[in-house]
Structures are given as C-alpha cells and as structure tokens.
Write a protein of this length. Structure first.
Length: 177
C-alpha cells in the first residue's frame, strides 16, 4: 500500500489532467487517473451505461490499483464538494489512509467552463448533457480531502519544476502530509 498520496483534484476543465501527467513524471511517481480507467471501461462494455455508473466503477478500480502500489502515488480525479466526501474517505481508507497532499486545481469560472465545453473527450463522459450539473458543482467546488492543500492556478502554464519542488518539500516537512 502507498505511504504517501498526492491527490490532484478540481472541477472538470480545471486543468487536472494537463497538470498531473508532467508533474507525476517530474516527481517520479505513478499516476492513476480515473478518466483513463473510465474510458477503458466505456470501450470494454458493450451496454450503454450512465456516465456516473461507469465513473463509480472507475473510482473503485482506481483505489484498488492504488492499494497494490507502494511508496508515493498520485491520483487524479474530480471529487466534488457535497457529493464525493464519503466516496473519497472510503477509498482513501481502503488504501491505508496514507498521509498526503491535495493539489486543488482552479482557474476563473469562464476559463474552466470554456475548457469543459470545447475539449474533445471520450463519449463515455457525456459532457454536453452535463453543463447544468457542472454549473451547480462549480458554485460550491472546494478541496474535500482534509489533507494539506496546495492551490494551483491553472489559468496559465504551470512551472512544473517549481511545483514539483514545492510538493516534495511539503511531503517531507508536513507531519500531516
């Protein structure tokens, strides 16, 4: 089981995936991304399932994969305020409740909304029919893990080397991380 967890969280369109891949590489840690699992499940299942059902399966798979890894592990997903606190807690506890850090990705509302509406994604996400849900979630979105949180402004390119150094320092010095 992992001894440290780096949680990349934020609204859909906040830049989580764009940030997570190079940050995981810079830190030399495995990245387990819920959307990659969700898309693979969407490709593998011949029956049309609601996106939230596939998302729940993907989240369960994410935590099972994380539980098989040692050391520091990065996870990337959307864990929404008022909806996902219990799901996150259960998953986190299932992998031994490791110390860690949450990177909360954000950008101005209009930037994230435009990204959400214009990005090309796998059909399993069904983004076009979920804009009302996105708007409601965006009004209350906030970090939910209870871990030490670093806020990352993703409205402009992020200096990955600098952020990686900050994450390393926080993980090494924070008794809660």
């Amino acid at each position: 089981m992992p001894d440290r967890l780096i949680v990349i969280n934020g609204m859909a369109g906040s830049g989580k995936t764009t940030l997570a891949r190079p940050l995981a590489a810079a830190l030399g840690v495995p990245l387990i991304a819920k959307d990659a699992i969700k898309e693979a499940l969407g490709d593998a299942v011949s029956v049309s399932l609601p996106t939230r059902s596939i998302g729940a399966l993907a989240t369960d798979a994410l935590w099972r994969i994380v539980g098989m890894l040692d050391g520091t592990v990065m996870v990337e997903s959307v864990w929404l305020t008022g909806r996902d606190e219990e799901w996150f807690r259960r998953g986190w506890e299932s992998v031994g409740a490791p110390r860690g850090i949450e990177l909360w990705c954000s950008a101005p509302h209009e930037v994230m909304r435009e990204r959400f509406l214009t990005r090309v994604r796998h059909a399993v996400h069904d983004d076009a029919s979920r804009i009302d849900d996105w708007e409601a979630a965006a009004r209350v979105a906030a970090p939910i893990t209870g871990l030490t949180t670093l806020h990352v402004d993703t409205s402009q390119p992020v200096d990955i080397g600098r952020l990686a150094a900050h994450v390393r320092q926080t993980l090494e010095s924070d008794t809660h991380a």
